[in-house]
Write a protein that binds this ligand. Sequence first.
Ligand SMILES: [Zn+2]
Ligand SMILES: [Zn+2]
Length: 366
Amino acid sequence: MGVPDKILTWQMIQPTSRNKKTGEEIPGRIEKKEIPVPELKPGEVLVEVAGCGVCHTDLGYFFDGVRTVIKPPLTLGHEISGKVVAGDDAWVGKEVLIPAVMPCRKCYLCKTRRGNRCLDQKMPGNSLGIYGGFSSHIPVPNIDLCEIKNRGSTPLEHLAVVADAVTTPYQAAKRAALEPGDNVIVIGIGGVGQYMVQMAKALGAGVVVAIDIIEERLQKILSYGADFVINATGKSSREISGDVKDIRKQNALPVFGWKIFEVTGTGPGQELGLALMSFTSKLVIVGFGLHKVEHSISRLMAFDAEIIGTWGCLPEYYPQALQMVLSKKVALEPYVQTRSMSTIVETFHEVHDRPREKRIILIPDF
Ligand SMILES: [Zn+2]
Ligand SMILES: [Zn+2]
């Protein structure tokens, strides 16, 4: 441990693009670089990265034309755990999570507990200068760090996924005002969705119904918080609503008050979410996509129902979300795998071609 003399990093030199005339794809470039360690400003620390999770947002930046706030070259990666090696003495030596969203703490939104959607927020691997988590080290403000204490046998690098994949569902549950006993439906149980299921159950949800199109996933989630699963393959929203109705009837569950989390960000997922709305239900949009859906919004009036969006997670919720993991109420091990960071380019391609069952955490091997 100690202050390094340089930062080694996998920098995105340029994202994938297309030749405007020929339409031909110009491959994106990620290269290993050495950058100087910046002089730390007051309130900043240098974190030695233990692991950084590969998130769909990173792939959006690299493959799909989603723009980063800071123009490339910059380093991607915002799902980071590590150890503080320099800066504020009170932090040096501590193991930490770096929140994916770091609010300004000064604006109106920040002062009214909506800082997760602060307009001046910083995100590693996007708007925090050139620095992201696919590096040996990253300089960050210490104010938002979440200290990891008593992690027992859980590897520090595995905890990286808490910084985004686990905390996003936690915030979504808060946003939905999820109360013990509430009945829940989760649409899409991939990287984030399966934590949505686990988190809802850990927060005391009554019945949790998980919907997906991959049977293996559905069978697995029955051991991690789902009470019922529905395979949506080849079914219309109407047919799936019928399946939910059957579950409700067979288990004497109410028609009202369901909290529905849409995590796929796809057209069919969103249409299904809308179709499942009923009396006093809340539809929470967790996934992102560019699809447009048509809906009779008067149903909201008739049902006294709500549709809400949720973004990131407030840093002040991180300790609670972390505790859910450390107390084993939310399981990481079945849903993570680690690889060397030098596989970053192949890993990006693989995950972009076919989303993985287990979140991939890249471990620095410079
Ligand atoms: Zn992310
Ligand atoms: Zn703010």
